[in-house]
Design a protein around this ligand. Structure first.
Ligand code: HEM
Length: 136
């Protein structure tokens, strides 16, 4: 089970990065109903992978690996968790825009959304750094 959760955690992490990169690239296209549907689909993958990451991550923290006491005394783990929720908060703005654009595409809003996606990508890179630091 521990190996399966580690696999699921990595799979979801790769899916999250992939969907974020897709959004970052597609948002440079002309924003119309079609690109808005694509963005909303990539965003669904992003949301599902974030959910899987959180559930698999919490199961690893509390029931597998090194125990909750170890992780909650690790600065790298706390930093990773805080960044995770920071990125989750940032992702609300693009999600709301993508859903609205399916009915009312608004290219004027695209640069602001792209800047938020950029911040999310930076946040995820930092999360990967802290993930690697936890046990080292
Ligand atoms: C964008 C979000 C996340 C990404 C990209 C991510 C990525 C990773 C990666 C790549 C590892 C493997 C590190 C290594 O073995 O060198 C890892 C480990 C781990 N992650 Fe995450 N993670 C994310 C979110 C979370 C969350 C939300 C939790 C918990 C609530 C969590 C809990 C853990 C735990 C417990 C480990 C094992 C650490 C160890 O003992 O070495 N992760 N994560």
């Amino acid at each position: 089970m521990s190996a399966f959760l580690a696999f699921l955690h990595h799979l979801a992490a790769f899916a999250l990065v992939a969907s974020l990169v897709v959004e970052f690239v597609v948002i440079r296209d002309d924003i119309n109903a079609r690109t808005a549907r694509r963005l909303a689909l990539a965003d669904l993958v992003l949301g599902v992978s974030a959910g899987v990451l959180l559930v698999a991550g919490l199961l690893r923290v509390f029931y597998f690996e090194k125990g909750a006491a170890f992780y909650f005394s690790s600065g790298a783990f706390i930093a990773k968790l805080v960044l995770f929720f920071g990125v989750a908060l940032l992702s609300i703005y693009p999600t709301v825009r993508f859903l609205r654009w399916r009915r009312h595409p608004n290219p004027v809003e695209a640069p602001a959304v792209r800047r938020v996606l950029h911040l999310e990508l930076i946040g995820v890179v930092l999360i990967l750094y802290f993930a690697a630091s936890i046990s080292r």
